[in-house]
Design a protein around this ligand. Structure first.
Ligand code: ADP
Ligand code: MG
Length: 300
């Protein structure tokens, strides 16, 4: 596997504030890479440095082996950027926005129709941007970032402020962009989103890289307990506490929750006692990884 993006000991200071503090990672061609962290973690600063919008205070960044801060046109053509706050031209329709961006690169009209289709906005082509929903605006700004057919696409919190349905719809669009062979670098503060979309995830906080791995490996490394849920009447609380392998048992609004690192033992015993009513089993999530790394609730 080659290297599409290399970030080496990147440090960024704004006056007294160290926004990024010695972060290193690489992204392979075609990878879906996530920068995950709470507000203020340094995600946007890292991304904007890779995009060539900022020059590092210290350290080095390269994209396709070149320095993005030099803003060479042939490198610019290969990257597509969706900024955290996207601005549109006023009083233009969706398709006119795209045409305006397309004209800069001499993109044919057929390609613009294809793009609208790809982001699910064909029916909104002639709608004023002001009349689009939050999710539709995000999809339009992604289409604008793709207009010149870049190899590498940067998306800064594309699903922030979207409702869960619109977020999921956008996930399909993002997956499609990566499936077409592009490298995607996404920032998000939604763990679930990183877990769902990313091949690898860098967890950052206070400008530092805390962990970097596949979501699955991060979760396995954490060795989070399995949660076994049961209907409250499935088994008496005292009996559940006595089950071999049960680490903790509590009663919450929806029933009994047993935490265990030996789910097979607990489940076998529950089966033997015919105490499986309302059974659900869930493993740890990236949310648990973050809590474990930082020792605190997620600041969304
Ligand atoms: N232009 C700026 N001037 C001063 N401080 C900034 C600037 N941009 C960001 N910061 C600070 O740098 C830190 C990281 O910000 P940012 O990269 O935007 O984080 P994130 O995208 O993870 O929310 C924060 O403490 C933020 O307040
Ligand atoms: Mg940000």
């Amino acid at each position: 596997m080659g290297v599409q993006i290399e970030v080496d000991q990147l440090t960024m200071r704004y006056g007294d504030v160290t926004a990024v503090d010695g972060i290193s990672f690489t992204v392979a061609p075609g990878e879906f890479f996530g920068l995950l962290g709470p507000n203020g973690a340094g995600k946007t600063t890292t991304l904007e440095t890779i995009e060539g919008l900022r020059s590092p205070t210290n350290g080095r960044v390269s994209v396709a082996g070149r320095d993005p801060a030099r803003r060479e046109p042939d490198l610019q053509r290969r990257i597509g950027v969706q900024l955290q706050s996207s601005a549109f031209f006023e009083r233009l329709t969706a398709v006119e926005q795209l045409q305006t961006f397309g004209a800069i690169y001499g993109v044919p009209a057929a390609r613009l129709d294809e793009l609208l289709e790809q982001v699910g906005l064909t029916e909104k082509a002639t709608a004023q941007v002001e009349d689009l929903s939050g999710g539709q605006k995000q999809r339009l700004s992604i289409a604008c970032a793709l207009v010149h057919d870049p190899d590498v696409v940067f998306l800064d919190e594309p699903t922030a402020a979207l409702d869960p349905q619109a977020r999921r719809n956008l996930w399909d669009v993002l997956r499609g962009i990566n499936d077409s062979g592009r490298t995607v670098v996404l920032t998000t503060h939604y763990m679930e989103e990183a877990e769902e979309l990313c091949d690898r995830v860098a967890i950052v906080d206070h400008g530092r890289l805390l962990e970097l791995d596949t979501p699955g490996a991060l979760i396995r490394k954490l060795d989070a307990a399995t949660r076994i849920g049961l209907a409250a009447e499935a088994i008496a609380l005292e009996d559940a506490r006595g089950l071999p392998g049960a680490e903790s048992v509590r009663l919450d609004g929806s029933g009994l929750v047993i935490q265990t690192r030996e789910p097979a033992t607990v489940l076998a015993e529950l089966g033997r006692r015919e105490a499986l009513e309302g059974l659900s089993v869930s493993k740890g999530t990236l949310e648990d990884v973050f809590l474990d790394l930082t020792g605190r609730e997620y600041r969304a």
